[in-house]
Design a protein around this ligand. Structure first.
Ligand SMILES: Nc1ncnc2c1ncn2[C@@H]1O[C@H](COP(=O)(O)OP(=O)(O)OP(=O)(O)O)[C@@H](O)[C@H]1O
Ligand SMILES: [Mg+2]
Length: 271
């Protein structure tokens, strides 16, 4: 674990040449070393290694890495009860999941930043896609007892379905995350002659004008104490995708009242 600590510090200093020796007695730890090495190898190949970007990545890595290190150290105690052991392993797996989400979002973003054209467009049902995303989050909104207000008329849409999926997943995950239990979320699809609009509106914690200015920046998170989950990459991804698809994104929000994100695409876009 000393080695993992050393390796993460090296990454924090921008040295992406570190590699962990994956030989260890504990299977779970070995898996972590292997995925750690994969992640570092992937990071090495990313071009957008500006200084502030490296600093942000390192910062985001530290929390889960520290947790992994801590619980792995605890696991080395031979006298642990079974339930304690399982609990520590679960904590390690949760942190590993966080690391893998982080690295896949960074990779997605870097790929999108190097792309200037949308490929693989198909004609598909946008309203069905919205229902699919809502279903994907079903457990979360049911647990939070959120009221869903849907207005999703049948709408055909010509776009890259996978990219758009990421837009809706991120916007909806934010709406759900930043809305307290028993709040409401409204998803509306409006089809006009020349444009298609999707509005995702929540009755959540809202944002100040100052926050709104920064939400599309990589790694920006409004209020750390209120939003511990995530890395602040969701809206950066959304913004990049919407731009690539020649769309527009608009935000209306008021602190403690709620937020609305409106995404608009022209139906005449033939690119
Ligand atoms: N619906 C919303 N209501 C209130 N605040 C929001 C909402 N959507 C985004 N924000 C603010 O914008 C910030 C950036 O959002 P973004 O989706 O990029 O990051 P995140 O959700 O914190 O992390 P990640 O998306 O990486 O899991 C959030 O941390 C939050 O402060
Ligand atoms: Mg988000």
């Amino acid at each position: 674990m000393m080695k993992l600590n050393y390796a993460s510090k090296e990454i924090a200093n921008g040295n992406f040449h570190v590699k962990m020796n994956a030989d260890t007695q504990i299977k779970e730890i070995e898996e972590i070393f292997v995925s750690f090495n994969q992640m570092v190898a992937e990071l090495k190949s990313i071009e957008m290694m500006r200084n502030d970007f490296v600093a942000n990545i390192s910062h985001e890595f530290k929390t889960p890495l520290t947790a992994i290190e801590g619980y792995a150290t605890l696991l080395q105690d031979n006298e642990l009860e079974d339930d304690e052991r399982l609990q520590y392993i679960q904590m390690i797996l949760d942190s590993t999941k966080q690391l893998s989400t982080l690295s896949s979002n960074i990779l997605r973003l870097s790929k999108l930043e190097n792309q200037d054209k949308v490929t693989d467009k198909t004609l598909y049902r946008l309203d069905e896609q919205m229902r699919q995303v809502l279903l994907y989050f079903e457990k979360t909104w049911l647990d939070k007892e959120l009221e869903l207000i849907l207005d999703l008329p049948k709408t055909m849409f010509y776009q890259n379905e996978n990219l758009l999926m990421q837009v809706w997943i991120n916007l909806l995950s934010n709406a759900i995350k930043f809305t307290p239990p028993r709040g409401s979320i409204q998803v509306t699809l409006i089809k006009r002659e020349t444009e298609i609009m999707v509005s995702i509106k929540d009755s959540g914690i809202g944002m100040t004008q100052q926050m709104i200015k920064h939400i599309f920046e990589k790694f920006y998170q409004g209020d750390r104490s209120r939003s511990k989950e995530g890395n602040g990459l969701g809206l950066a991804l959304v913004y990049r995708i919407v731009c690539l698809c020649n769309g527009k994104i608009q935000v209306n929000s008021e602190l403690d009242k709620g937020s609305e994100f409106i995404v608009t695409f022209s139906t005449y876009d033939s690119s």
